[in-house]
Design a protein around this ligand. Structure first.
Ligand SMILES: [Fe+2]
Length: 265
């Protein structure tokens, strides 16, 4: 059982989630910095809740939840039962992070028994794969939410530090940015083929698109700074009118999270 690709993938994704949290202090994991974000430890409990609710509740015999009050605390879907209001997730000082880690470990151990059955049960396999993609969505949310939280702190903590000279620093040794031209026209978009997709990625359909260019790599902060210094935020040629109105009325001259310290960014 432990050599099945699904079992391996399940644990690979969970290890990635736990590795993301390892850069943080316990206190970082408890706070909710705005209504649209969630504390890191809520994300972790919610990931376990998802597998418990949508997989174990249907396939574990007998089903025994880790804690009877965790479901409404870590649910985000009213359809799956009573749900605690989203903006108040930061009030959960309890359960402590350590207890939520135990919740995850408990769900993992119980999932071990169910993962064996997935080889012969296509619906079960699909639910587990959905849970894994759901967990990866929350990996992204953990990072976006912690970024907003840290931006509110006068110490401006770094999630992770890189020396600019280090070869592992994102953006080090990048090739020259070049543009590829595409003619556009009638194209097919949407998911097609084997494997997982979300329902909003299908059906595959035709779409007309204008000619466009795509860069050969992501833009760097340094290149974006050139855009700012060249007056990019005030140049109407580069904006749709609604976007430019928003930029002007909100007095935005640089991206969120950019901060000028004396004359340096
Ligand atoms: Fe979710």
């Amino acid at each position: 059982m432990t050599d099945s690709p699904l079992y391996f993938k399940y644990h690979e994704i969970r290890n990635r989630t736990l590795a993301l949290i390892n850069f943080l202090q316990d206190e970082d994991c408890c706070v909710q910095s705005m209504e649209e974000t969630s504390p890191v430890k809520w994300h972790l409990g919610h990931i376990a809740w998802f597998f418990e609710t949508f997989v174990l509740q249907h396939y574990e015999k007998p089903y025994k939840p880790f804690h009877e009050h965790f479901a409404p605390m870590f649910s985000s879907y009213d359809k799956a039962g009573k749900t605690h209001p989203d903006p108040k997730r930061g009030l959960f000082t309890r359960p402590a992070l350590g207890e939520i880690r135990k919740y995850c470990q408990n769900v993992d151990a119980r999932m071990g028994g169910v993962l064996v059955l997935a080889e012969q049960d296509e619906m079960l396999r699909m639910l587990i794969v959905l849970g894994m993609h759901h967990e990866q969505q929350h990996q992204e949310l953990i990072l976006t939410d912690i970024k907003h939280l840290f931006s509110q702190n006068p110490l401006y903590p770094s999630y992770r530090s890189f020396s600019p000279d280090s070869p592992s620093c994102p953006g080090a040794n990048l090739p020259l940015l070049e543009w590829h031209q595409f003619t556009g026209g009638l194209v097919e978009i949407g998911f097609e083929g084997e494997g997982f997709s979300y329902d909003n990625e299908s059906p595959r359909h035709k779409q007309f698109i204008q000619p466009y260019s795509l860069a050969t790599r992501l833009v760097t902060n340094g290149e974006y700074l050139q855009f700012i210094e060249a007056g990019g935020y005030e140049n109407p040629v580069l904006w749709l009118s609604e976007g430019l109105d928003w930029v002007k009325s909100n007095k935005r001259y640089h991206p969120l999270y950019w901060r000028a310290d004396k004359n340096e960014w």
